[in-house]
Design a protein around this ligand. Structure first.
Ligand code: KIV
Length: 282
């Protein structure tokens, strides 16, 4: 399958086909996701929670993200791969933002980056876009600023907050983002923002009216125990299947069912005889 490009993704939206997007952090999962035909793969800073067990995304660093993103990029022939710019990799200065977005492209081989924020981030977005790197915006619940926005909750529930979201979205579009992820925005607000933009919106917990839909891989395959967000539909219970497999592995070792003769290797008879003679004299 050829690599999906932004014009391909725009064409899908143009013909009314919703975009599919999922997070991914490792090569084997990337192979599965890519073969399933998913359009966009996000190497999210959520790796700090889903894979590394932290309570927030803040401990993700650029060096860490590059390692995960490189593995995912290798596994995705067709999906458009996005590197999620981690906390403090773009907030301090425009030049740092450009440098770190460039690291994602050159060292990890991704197809674009994503960053959180609206009007406060337009300079960083402009700089990265000017450097030739596609940027996806991220509005609504922006987990890197959860402390400032009152926690992990639905955003844009007051008229002022919904207006601010629309203005942020328009400013990001004007700064050159090719799409915007809307996280935990009321469905009707997300729908109106989508209507007002000429670029695609991707919903995570923002209803059915966006141009595409994103979920966290570990939530939809049943591999994240801490909590399941209301918007996450469980398509498999991989966690339960893996636990069953590990229980059987453990049990079979204890009851000596495993390993069987079919799991062992043989030494040729003459070599065995020589070895046994030698061992007998030790
Ligand atoms: O880091 C992440 O996984 C995200 C999600 C909101 C998709 O940004």
């Amino acid at each position: 399958m050829p690599k999906k490009t932004i014009p391909d993704l725009y064409a899908m939206v143009e013909r009314g086909e919703p975009l599919s997007m999922i997070t991914c952090y490792d090569y084997p999962s990337a192979r599965i996701i890519d073969r399933a035909g998913v359009d966009i793969v996000l190497v999210g800073d959520s790796v700090a929670m889903t894979v590394l067990g932290n309570p927030t995304t803040l401990p993700a660093t650029m060096d860490m993200m590059i390692i995960f993103a490189r593995a995912v990029a290798k596994g995705c022939e067709s999906a458009f791969v996005i590197g999620d710019m981690p906390y403090m990799s773009y907030q301090a200065s425009v030049s740092e933002a450009i440098h770190n977005a460039g690291r994602f492209m050159a060292e990890a081989g991704v197809d674009g980056v994503k960053l959180e924020g609206g009007r406060n981030m337009v300079e960083a977005v402009r700089g990265i876009v000017k450097a030739g790197i596609p940027v996806m915006g991220h509005l609504g619940l922006t987990p890197q600023s959860a402390s400032a926005i009152g926690g992990y909750r639905v955003q844009g529930r007051t008229a002022d907050a919904a207006i601010a979201l629309l203005e942020d979205a328009l400013a990001l579009q004007d700064a050159g983002v090719w799409s915007i992820l809307l996280e935990l925005v009321p469905a009707r607000v997300a729908e109106v923002i989508t209507e007002k933009l000429s670029i695609p919106t991707i919903s995570i917990g923002s209803g059915a009216g966006c141009s595409g839909h994103c979920q966290i891989f570990h939530d939809v395959v049943g591999m994240f125990e801490a909590f399941t967000p209301r918007h996450a539909k469980k398509y498999a219970d991989v966690g339960a299947a893996l636990r069953e497999a590990m229980e059987a592995f453990h049990r079979e070792i204890k009851d000596r069912t495993y390993p069987g003769p079919e799991h062992s290797f043989k030494i040729p008879a003459d070599a065995l005889k020589q070895f046994l003679d030698y061992a007998a004299k030790r």
